[in-house]
Design a protein around this ligand. Structure first.
Ligand code: APR
Length: 232
């Protein structure tokens, strides 16, 4: 029997139990910061230091956290399914990779990467960007976080749509379903006759659109679901 092709979408909720704040939950990032002041190209043009400081703090915080059981379960699933698993994340942290996932599609970019707006090169980056460090390729002082801001086009959209079109199962983990285009993936999958499953702590904006929606913590729901899928 042909192995199932599975697309998994993750959001901030999968990293919450590792100690990284989500965006819209109580105590979330958007409670303390206005996204229009720290996460748009216009905001970066207006006050680059404010924006750089916001992402520098989040980049530094990555050193204090570890992947959790949900990240590790998805890495185990990748080992079993190989290229029949397509893992796309809205998260800019590197916890999927640190848990062992090797094919992670960061549709909103990555905190540990910098993008030079002069030469267009991208660089692995772990230190602060405030203070305008020179680009390792062209030496220009025009590095920005390699993160997709509001109003910008997410990465890998063509490949993501192809994967959604070809999959047998779409699973959404730890996302509020409020931000597009990720929030539309379930509709794309259903339009293709694909089975859909949501694993989330609370009801999301799209919960009623899924064939099945399970409530609970990612560190419990995801390992249990991976066991179930692999058993089957
Ligand atoms: N286990 C499972 N789900 C959880 C957990 C947990 N431990 N903790 C929180 N959640 C769920 C919440 O119920 C909520 O539905 O995770 C979701 C987090 O939602 P958001 O904070 O809105 O994060 P996300 O959906 O990833 O945001 C999408 O918005 O701000 C932009 O670019 C940013 O990628 C981000 C996008």
């Amino acid at each position: 029997m042909r192995q199932q092709r599975v697309v998994v979408l993750t959001g901030a909720g999968i990293s919450a139990e590792s100690g990284l704040a989500t965006f819209r939950d109580a105590g979330g990032l958007w409670e303390g910061h206005d996204p229009m002041v720290v996460a748009t190209p216009e905001a970066f043009a207006d006050d680059p230091d404010l924006v750089q400081r916001f992402y520098d703090e989040r980049r530094a915080a990555l050193g204090q956290v570890q992947p959790n059981a949900a990240h590790r379960a998805l890495a185990r699933l990748e080992d079993e399914l190989g290229t029949n698993l397509y893992l796309v994340t809205q998260n800019i942290d590197d916890l999927h990779e640190r848990a062992g996932s090797s094919r992670v599609h960061h549709m909103h970019g990555r905190l540990r990467a910098a993008w030079c707006t002069s030469c267009g090169e991208r660089h692995e980056w772990t230190s602060p960007l405030i203070g305008e460090p020179p680009c390792p390729s062209c030496t220009s002082a025009t590095l920005r976080p390699d993160v997709v801001w509001f109003g910008e086009v997410p990465y890998d959209m063509h490949a993501i749509h192809e994967a959604l079109w070809a999959c047998d199962l779409f699973v959404s983990i730890g996302t509020s379903g409020l931000v597009y285009p990720a929030a539309a993936f379930v509709h794309y999958a259903i339009g293709n006759g694909t089975r859909t499953l949501e694993l989330n702590l609370d009801a999301s904006d799209g919960s009623s659109d899924f064939h099945e929606s399970r409530r609970g913590r990612a560190t419990e729901l995801v390992p249990a679901w991976v066991d179930e899928l692999l058993d089957r």
